[in-house]
Design a protein around this ligand. Structure first.
Ligand SMILES: [Zn+2]
Length: 489
């Protein structure tokens, strides 16, 4: 008998320190597909749905695609957007009475009504399908996993990489576990253990310690009856009780206590190694001095780590750009400054014309606007398809863009916030990143997957922004205490 498996993707990483709320239009301008649009869009991509589809095709499932909605990280999701997307999933369940539900979630969604958006999704799905239909979800490595999520899922599968280059593989792992469950070969349950550690983003890089060896130990704990053990770093910019490190396992009921013990050991190891999540960063002045003197053949990458739209920052910070301009650094390119009004001005002027704009700095935490005079080199719809290792094949967009040449620096100005983690961000704008001396990226870690291989050097630059690794800059009201580093010991 053919199994009917309902698919949905409903993802948001919510930065509760952001004042920009996330409504339907934010999903529509990032990635929003409904019903029959979904399978052709995601088949073959390195995404959660791409992974689900690999298994669905092999198993011959009757797939019910409902909604695929993801918005660039930002402030809380509006009640309107959340209920519209959740209702599509629930309507699909009512109409198709599925044998199983596979969800691509993030795990750090906060809505106007639900501090635990993902727990609300899983609870609603569980209520709709009952206890006998398996429900499984993939989670981002930055998930803040709640008890409500665990209670309502038969499987939670986290990415094991940051940069997230294994999203498709994680989807496939979840779907394989679902296939085993439908065949009666797995009776799955979720186990979790938390560690009182709240790391900022950069030290969660999985090629570096302590994550590298924690994840290696997690992989060693996996087996046929324990299809997944994930070390999730959490998302420190969502002020919720569950924020921080958790270790989540999916195990057959028969070995649940062994899996729980392995998760507890790993959570203990993460706690014991909490000081290894401390890092030092490069100040703006040092970064600019190095950029001015840079004479290697491959570019110096300056990661503007705190102003990463992929963590909910406004992407309009000007501190680093202004310092580079003041120092006369040339042959550089910036991806990207969010400033829709500047895009409008450049569009009105036209390619080849000169415009004067007050660029960026329109949100209070990100420096002031800087008055620049630039030549409009190119106007674009800002859309490109990733070619690098992360979310390969997925179409993403800066919205309408203008490339402004300002004193030897090519600045991509965007009308939609989008993290530039793929070199296509530059190439699609007529810029060959390998040939620039200096690249500025509004990205914290994801850029490493595709830019480290072409960079002569990489610096993590600490300028202002809502992803600042200095957590003492934020006021926490809800996060579980004590936790490191907010409470030093
Ligand atoms: Zn993430």
């Amino acid at each position: 008998m053919t199994d009917t498996v309902l698919f949905a993707r409903l993802k948001h990483e919510t930065n509760t320190f952001s004042s920009l709320s996330t409504g339907r239009e934010a999903f529509a301008s990032t990635s929003l597909f409904r019903g029959a649009e979904i399978v052709p869009e995601f088949r073959g991509t390195n995404t959660d749905l791409g992974g689900f589809l690999r298994v669905a095709d092999a198993e011959g499932w009757d797939v019910v695609p409902t909604v695929a909605a993801n918005a660039t990280p930002g402030g809380v999701v509006t009640a309107d957007a959340f209920s519209a997307f959740l209702d599509r999933i629930l309507d699909g369940i009512e109409e198709h009475d599925p044998d199983a539900v596979l969800l691509g979630l993030h795990g750090a969604m906060v809505t106007e009504r639900h501090r635990d958006g993902d727990g609300r999704i899983l609870d609603a799905v569980r209520s709709a399908v009952g206890d006998d239909v398996p429900v499984m979800a993939t989670l981002d490595l930055h998930a803040n996993v709640s008890d409500r999520m665990v209670a309502n899922a038969d499987g939670l599968f986290g990415y094991d990489t940051y940069p997230h280059v294994d999203i498709g593989d994680t989807g496939e792992t979840a779907a394989r576990a679902m296939a085993a469950t439908l065949q009666g070969n797995l009776e799955p349950t979720v186990v979790i253990e938390r560690a009182p550690v709240l790391p900022p983003l950069p030290p969660l890089q999985t090629a570096a310690e302590p994550m590298a060896s924690l994840l290696a130990t997690a992989a060693d704990a996996e087996s046929e009856p324990v299809p997944d053990v994930s070390v999730l770093g959490g998302f420190a910019y969502a002020d919720v009780p569950e924020a921080g490190v958790s270790v989540v396992g999916v195990a057959d009921e028969s070995v649940a206590s062994e899996a729980a013990a392995a998760c507890a050991d790993l959570a203990g190891a993460a706690d014991a190694r909490r000081h290894e999540f401390d890092r030092t960063y490069t100040g703006v002045d040092d970064a600019v001095a190095e950029a001015a003197a840079w004479d290697r053949d491959a570019p110096l990458v300056l990661a503007d780590i705190a102003d990463n739209p992929g963590g909910g920052s406004a992407q309009d910070g000007t501190v680093l750009l202004e310092a580079l301009l003041d120092a006369g650094v040339e042959d550089a390119a910036v991806a990207a400054i969010h400033d829709p009004a500047a895009v409008d001005a450049a569009t009105a002027a036209g390619v080849g014309e000169t415009v004067t704009v007050d660029l960026g700095g329109h949100t209070e935490e990100n420096g002031d606007p800087i008055a620049v005079e630039g030549t409009v080199r190119l106007l674009s719809d800002g859309t490109y398809r990733n070619q690098g290792p992360m979310s390969t094949g997925l179409e993403v967009s800066f919205g309408r863009t203008a490339v402004l040449a300002v004193d030897g620096i090519d600045v991509i100005v965007a009308s939609h916030r989008q993290q530039p983690y793929d070199p296509e961000a530059f190439r699609s704008h007529g810029i060959t990143p390998e040939r620039k001396r200096v690249l500025v990226l509004k990205s914290t870690v994801h850029y490493r997957a595709a830019f480290e291989p072409i960079a002569g050097g990489v610096r993590e630059v600490s300028a202002p922004g809502l992803c600042s690794p200095d957590l003492s800059a934020f006021t926490y009201d809800h996060v579980g205490r004590p936790t490191y580093p907010l409470d030093s010991e």
